[in-house]
Design a protein around this ligand. Structure first.
Ligand SMILES: Cc1cc2nc3c(=O)[nH]c(=O)nc-3n(C[C@H](O)[C@H](O)[C@H](O)COP(=O)(O)OP(=O)(O)OC[C@H]3O[C@@H](n4cnc5c(N)ncnc54)[C@H](O)[C@@H]3O)c2cc1C
Length: 386
């Protein structure tokens, strides 16, 4: 294949080997019962793949985000689903960049060795959605604690995580100079809060993603668990979001490669009218087009990753690469399903499962329209529509 998948060959090989122990049957069985892939996540943890971005002084491998991209890309390419655990890589960054030395020493070694799970990132609310500055969940100081009331929706993996990075308001929006002021971030130990002000309800969705809604009813969190300065939480979250977008864009590249490899293999082997269907240009060209699109997207993703690793601004690059990669994966998913004819719809080929899984990235963690709006405003200087 191409030069866009030659970086970190040893990591690619090791991830692919691990993933071969978790074939389609494993994922199908979980999908049928909406069950979390505990064994898969444990295997990734034991192999150290989820802690590659944690600095060596805290027990991780201290590798750049590009290595995280390679890991997630290979997971997706093999037909597995990194959505079950990808958050650990980017939420950890909020703690690493904005946590105090004490907070980092307290949590990072446990996360690196796998005894502590940091898989949840709580931003979205039912009434604010994409308009993050309108979140209503409120934390009010009371002695050494903050008391939190409110609600979140679509917060994934909370039932399979010990810690959650949570965005709340500490000052109401209308009392702030800027809408993005007055928000703060907490590292919530859900083991301590569950049943004491924290309620978690699972939400069934079209894919097996362990997503939930959360209710906070006088939930107490120690003030010592605030990450970064009070009122400056939006900035902490934005830093983490660039990492999130780059890593998820890599998952999309992996998905695109999964679909392209499956489609081209099937197009060579399936014979109709006495010849392989892939001999027909009507079948062959869409797959070739998907390949070109995925290659171009991969260049953008690795460019964004390298800017991130160099500590350079990369907000637009992270967003643009997430959009182009999610479009490459979605187009490849559609072609792959079409190439498989009726068999694409059967569960045993795993195409319909991956089709449902990759569709999510048009909407989460940021929807395509919001990326277009970011580019229109920040890259092209056009007026904001909202
Ligand atoms: C399976 C799943 C898992 C998720 N996991 C998490 C998680 O772990 N943590 C978390 O915090 N969130 C999570 N989310 C939430 C996700 O990030 C949001 O769904 C997404 O950001 C969109 O927000 P919304 O659903 O409120 O849509 P809305 O904000 O209601 O938007 C609806 C549609 O309108 C469009 N739209 C809105 N405003 C504009 C505008 N001004 N211009 C043009 N178009 C606009 C949007 O692009 C979108 O297509 C998850 C969602 C899903 C489905």
């Amino acid at each position: 294949m191409s030069s866009t998948n030659e970086n970190y060959p040893e990591i690619r090989e090791a991830v692919a080997k691990l993933c071969s122990n978790f074939p389609g049957e494993y994922w199908r069985a979980l999908d049928d019962t909406d069950t979390y892939p505990t064994e898969f996540v444990q295997a990734l943890t034991d192999a150290g793949f989820l802690s590659v971005l944690i600095p060596e002084e805290y027990g991780g491998a201290g590798l750049p985000i590009e290595a995280g991209c390679v890991i997630l890309e290979e997971i997706q390419r093999s037909g597995c689903n990194g959505g079950a655990c990808h958050a650990q890589m980017y939420t950890m960054g909020t703690l690493l960049r904005h946590g105090t030395d004490e907070q980092k020493k307290k949590y990072l070694p446990g996360i690196a060795e796998g005894s502590l799970r940091l898989q949840a990132f709580g931003v979205t609310e039912p009434t604010s959605g994409t308009d993050t500055t309108r979140i209503r969940t409120m934390a009010v100081r009371d002695g050494d604690d903050y008391v939190i009331n409110g609600q979140k929706v679509f917060i994934s993996r909370t039932e399979h995580s010990d810690l959650m990075v949570l965005l709340v308001r500490t000052t109401p929006r209308d009392e702030c100079k800027k809408p993005s002021d007055g928000m703060s971030v907490f590292l919530v130990d859900m083991r301590e809060c569950l049943g004491k002000g924290l309620t978690i309800n699972p939400i069934k969705t079209m894919l097996n993603h362990a997503t939930t809604e959360l209710f906070f009813d006088d939930m107490r969190v120690p003030a010592a668990n605030m990450l970064g300065a009070e009122g400056k939480g939006f900035k902490c979250i934005l830093d983490g979001m660039n990492a999130e977008r780059i890593l998820i864009a890599s998952e999309c590249i992996g998905d695109a490669r999964f679909f392209i490899e499956r489609a081209s293999a099937y197009a060579c082997e399936r014979e109709v009218f006495g010849r392989p269907i892939g001999q027909n240009q009507g079948v062959q060209f869409p797959i070739a087009r998907n390949y070109i699109e995925a290659e171009a997207a991969a260049l953008m993703v690795y460019n964004a990753a390298r800017l991130f690793d160099a500590g350079k601004p990369c907000g637009s690059e992270a967003n643009m690469s997430k959009m182009i990669a999610s479009e490459a994966s979605w187009h490849a998913a559609d072609t792959c399903l079409q190439t498989h004819g009726g068999f694409g719809y059967t569960q045993e080929y795993d195409i319909e499962r991956k089709f449902r899984e990759t569709r999510l990235y048009q909407t989460a963690p940021i929807s395509t329209n919001l990326i277009l709006s970011h580019v229109g405003i920040h890259e092209l200087g056009m007026p904001k529509s909202f």
